[in-house]
Design a protein around this ligand. Structure first.
Ligand code: NPW
Ligand code: K
Length: 567
């Protein structure tokens, strides 16, 4: 599933209209119908006492979900809002337009908040379809209807010709308490800055009404690219995103404001996005399989042995943070690699022997306090010769000469490197673009604080547009970047980005990142390419976190070791 910016969306709209010759009004009709169908589906679910959309084709994590029109389970197209028809043959049958049929329509009254642009036009089209389904609607124009132009004006006239009731905000009486739901069609991808005037007042009133809100395309007040929420911003139950998923709907806080996101086709072919060079994707099983060529079954050869599945070297852990190394090393084992060697300061050895009997231990250095030393680089380089990947950083601490230490590993190891935690902090002090001889890929796995140090930004600036930053950093530095946090972003030096939605808020616990480092390293050792290992590792780590959270009486009890056990 593609992720697009507002600018890319405008270009794809234009391509569809100008090159394919599909009239803009047809796209708007499709959008209006899709929105109406999702409102009816929401009304039905409310009637059944459930607020969540159907699960077919949905990618869900921690209360956030994206629902597509295609089932990821079987690859068959499924209309996400349709109710289904009895397939058994009972002679000649005529069925109604099920997706636009609502038994409880008489109990519904929706306010349609209409903005001046095409987003408002989508809302007006949706209002007609809802009215046809028997739902009472009242159009609430944010601006005088005469100021609408183009397709939105056509929709205004069609709604008026159908006799739909309409009020103009600020001129006519309006009572949110009288409605059963609100369609937010105020601002879409053409919005600029914080909502102004009547738009701001309507958004604030809608939010405080306590009614269910469905947003057309994006919640009004959201920056469609960055996920920044302006003041005010609609807090939707459902967002019916049109044609392609907008980046801002996946990035927090926008992802929280959007509620459940349903992506609906409106007649813009996906092939246009590919031709236009859109290279940002939602990380789904389908994307893993088809774009990244990952074998999701993780099939193992009947003739395989431990040598078949690769050998990870983990350089990690100090006396006060030995657990970080242990978690990474154990996670690498659980990811399916054949062997894991944990290189650790000599002094730690007696304390960790037996902690995970499956691990091989390699004591390095001779510091009396169990910290790392610059001289261990030579020992690690020797160890790395027989290994397929080196993971460096978890629980490493800082030490004299650590800059040169990391530089040697970077320049002299002949295997892929996964760099995490304090090794990232070391890197942040370097102009490592001048480092040489790196032929094998490097994967950096920063959390937002580490990313801030790497990029010379504040954490808030990192979080402002995680996708944009990850893409820019990975391309500039020639690394695969795994920007951790809610909806981890994986960006490649070639300019692709994948946004993951597996995971659970309970995973915000010490050591969860160390586990991820181990998983990615273990997958690399098994022969996955760097981008495959990074993306699949993040995806599996999130799934394991979800399973671990659901096993607990309360997800807050989740600890990093639980994630390893669910891998
Ligand atoms: N054929 C197509 O293109 C298709 C488009 N589609 C739909 O169109 C949407 C994009 O439509 P759009 O480009 O017309 O912009 P849109 O978001 O409706 O609003 C822009 C208007 O709002 C105003 N305004 C701006 N910022 C403001 C603010 N902060 N506070 C207050 N007002 C503000 C601004 O007015 P101005 O200030 O310039 O007078 C401007 O006129 C897209 O999200 C999708 O829903 C789909 O149906 C597919 C086919
Ligand atoms: K909207």
């Amino acid at each position: 599933m593609y992720l697009v910016t507002a600018q890319q969306m405008r270009e794809l709209d234009r391509e569809t209209i100008e090159r394919l010759g599909i009239p803009a009004i047809a796209l708007m009709e499709n959008a209006g119908r899709a929105i109406a169908e999702e409102i009816i589906a929401l009304c039905r679910r409310r009637g059944r006492g459930s607020a969540a959309p159907a699960s077919a084709g949905s990618y869900e994590a921690g209360g956030y979900s994206v629902v597509g029109e295609y089932s990821i389970a079987d690859g068959h197209a499924k209309a996400s809002g349709s109710g289904g028809v009895d397939a058994a043959w009972k002679g000649f049958m005529v069925s109604d337009d099920v997706a636009l049929t609502l038994d409880s329509a008489a109990a519904e009254h929706w306010l349609i908040l209409v903005g001046k642009g095409n987003n408002g036009g989508d809302g007006l089209a949706a209002a007609r379809y809802l009215s046809e389904a028997g739902v009472a609607v009242t159009l609430v124009y944010a601006v005088p209807p005469e100021s609408l132009t183009g397709e939105a004006a056509l929709q205004r006239d069609a709604a008026a010709a159908m006799g739909l009731s309409a009020v103009v905000y600020g001129r006519d009486r309006l009572d949110f308490a009288e409605c059963s739901g609100i369609l937010d069609a105020l601002l879409g991808t053409g919005a600029a800055g914080a909502p102004r005037g009547a738009y701001a007042e309507l958004i604030a009133a809608a939010n405080s009404s306590g009614k269910a809100i469905v947003s057309a395309d994006i919640p009004s007040g959201l920056n469609a690219d960055t996920g920044e929420t302006h003041e005010p911003c609609i807090h939707a139950s459902v967002t019916v995103c049109l044609a392609f998923l907008k980046r801002g709907l996946l990035q927090y806080p926008g992802a929280a404001a959007a509620g459940h996101v349903v992506v609906r086709s409106i007649g813009i072919p996906a092939s246009l996005a590919r031709e236009a060079g859109v290279t940002t994707y939602l990380l789904t099983p389908e994307v893993l399989r088809t774009r990244l060529d990952v074998d999701l079954s993780r099939c193992r050869s009947p003739e395989g042995h431990k040598g078949t599945y690769g050998h990870v070297l983990v350089a990690a852990g100090t006396m006060p943070m030995s657990g970080a190394g242990l978690l990474s090393a154990r996670a690498a084992l659980r990811s399916g690699c054949g062997l894991v060697t944990w290189a650790l300061p000599q002094k730690l050895l007696p304390f960790v022997i037996g902690a995970a009997p499956e691990l091989m231990l390699a004591a390095v250095g001779s510091s009396p306090d169990g910290s790392w030393e610059a001289g261990t680089a030579a020992e690690l380089l020797k160890l790395s010769v027989e290994r397929d990947v080196m993971a460096v950083g978890p629980g490493l601490g800082r030490f004299t000469g650590d800059n040169d230490w990391l530089r040697r590993l970077w320049e002299e190891t002949a295997c892929p490197l996964v760099i995490d935690a304090d090794a990232l902090n070391i890197l942040a002090e370097q102009d490592y673009s001048s480092w040489n001889n790196r032929r094998q890929p490097v994967i950096l796995t920063p959390h937002p604080g580490e990313m801030a140090r790497l990029a010379g930004l504040s954490t808030a600036e990192v979080q402002h547009d995680r996708i944009g930053l990850a893409l820019a950093y990975a391309q500039e530095h020639g690394v695969i970047l795994v920007l951790k946090g809610a909806h981890t972003v994986i960006a490649t030096p070639e300019g692709q980005a994948y946004v993951n939605t597996t995971g659970h808020p309970g995973m915000g616990t010490g050591g969860a990142g160390d586990v991820l480092t181990g998983v990615i390293s273990g997958l690399l050792a098994q022969g996955l390419k760097a981008v495959q290992a990074a993306a699949f590792g993040v995806y599996l780590h999130g799934l394991a976190g979800e399973r671990a959270a659901y096993r607990r009486h309360n997800p807050a009890s989740l600890i990093a070791g639980d994630i390893i056990e669910e891998l």
